[in-house]
Design a protein around this ligand. Sequence first.
Ligand code: GTP
Ligand code: MG
Length: 211
Amino acid sequence: MMNSNSEAALIKVFVQGDNGVGKTSLINQYVNKRINSRYILTIGADYASRKLQIDDKLVCLQIWDTPGHESCQSLGKGFYKGADCCVLVYDVSVMKSFESLKTWHLDFLQQLDPAEPEAFPFIVVGNKVDVDRGQSRVVTEESAREWCKWNGMLHFETSAKYDINLDEAFFCVAQEAIKFAAVKSDQDSVRGWESESESESESGSESEQSE
Ligand SMILES: Nc1nc2c(ncn2[C@@H]2O[C@H](COP(=O)(O)OP(=O)(O)OP(=O)(O)O)[C@@H](O)[C@H]2O)c(=O)[nH]1
Ligand SMILES: [Mg+2]
């Protein structure tokens, strides 16, 4: 669906979390409707884009995949500039990946250094709910919700493998990013409206290596 003047607002989203939690898979499933069952460690940074309609706005989500492994994390401060939202991912069957969210959260804020850190939107995603039909789960939905509530974050549980709850989570990402951009005092994030003529269903992916 397109809005009347075919313009899409660009929303810059970063996906963070421990290695192997499924960041790359979430993005690939959401944008390209497929995932790689083999684990290929992300070493650089890449983005994929997908357009969606939020109320009367057409937005283009530019979703940045980042490496979870410490040895690959040298993206630098400038990399996060202009971020509108951050998705923090953990694996519901790996407690350490949930416990690491605190560090990912603080590190991200430190790197971005936003004018109003409390207002910056984070969406927490507990991925891999399908594993062993939930028998391997160690992070309960209640404890994750409690932590998110305490930190003022929204929470979703997903399966990148079976495309469960991804549309809902990324729709929320877009909504929160729009809200944040509207209240943000410095206008850094709203980088204008770019003219686009693609429809929502033609959303594709692009990739770009970071330096
Ligand atoms: N069962 C199941 N497997 C998943 C799911 N999401 C990802 N995987 C698998 O988990 C492994 C790691 O997924 P990735 O998406 O590469 O993880 P990542 O967070 O990008 O890892 P790094 O790039 O190293 O930070 C792959 O083998 C995926 O196929 C899921 O929802 N369910
Ligand atoms: Mg990856």
